[in-house]
Design a protein around this ligand. Structure first.
Ligand code: HEM
Length: 187
């Protein structure tokens, strides 16, 4: 496949939409749930937003994966360190794996706790006093922490490219004229 100066506009849109949605899901998950016991009537509204958002993230991630496979990409951006260059693809694919695991453990917890009927079906049944009785809920929390670590590393790496190596990496993940076979990878 030919090389281009920027990622496809649909991929750019999905990248920034997913960045926003994933950070929102993490924030709601860590702070919204911690502040709201299951006895609070507002909890169902928070769960509804979180569960719908989580499933949307999974769907958009799947679309993103397909778009990434089917569209031309810019040349690989080197860090100047061969070992780091070898790790980079694993960290990128790691996001897909972690999101898949987040949705899987979240969805399984929801099924075990009977949440679809309570949260979306309006059954009126009370929530179980806590979800941490389910191993999938415990795993969901650990994987979320790992995901935060991946995001921090991802942001640091992007800033390193942009401001230390000055290779204008951010341009590639933004909208603008997209030329084939650019003279330099960042042009
Ligand atoms: C990428 C997607 C998702 C992210 C980033 C995310 C993030 C989180 C976080 C950070 C927590 C709190 C963890 C803790 O405090 O230990 C949480 C809790 C939870 N999430 Fe998710 N989640 C996602 C998807 C889902 C999905 C798809 C569902 C269900 C369909 C779901 C259901 C739940 C439930 C039931 C809890 C427990 C709430 C509680 O204990 O009060 N999550 N999530």
């Amino acid at each position: 496949m030919k090389q281009v100066s920027r990622y496809h506009p649909l991929l750019v849109t999905l990248h920034w939409a997913l960045a926003f949605l994933i950070i929102a899901a993490l924030t709601l998950g860590f702070f919204g749930f911690a502040a709201t016991p299951n006895s609070d009537p507002q909890k169902i509204d928070i769960l509804r937003a979180h569960m719908a958002g989580g499933m949307l993230i999974l769907a958009l991630m799947a679309i993103r994966f397909i778009v990434r496979m089917m569209t031309s990409k810019p040349a690989v951006a080197t860090t100047g360190f061969p070992l780091l260059d070898r790790i980079a693809p694993f960290s990128h694919y790691g996001f897909y794996v972690l999101v898949l695991l987040m949705a899987g453990t979240g969805y399984t917890t929801a099924i075990l706790a009977g949440l679809p009927a309570i949260v979306f079906g309006g059954s009126g049944d009370p929530l179980t006093p806590t979800f941490v009785i389910y191993p999938t809920r415990v795993a969901h929390g650990y994987i979320a922490t790992l995901l935060v670590g991946f995001i921090v590393l991802h942001v640091l790496a992007a800033f390193y490219h942009q401001f230390v190596r000055k290779d204008r990496l951010f341009r590639r993940m933004f909208f603008g004229r997209r030329v084939s076979n650019p003279v330099t990878p960042a042009e």
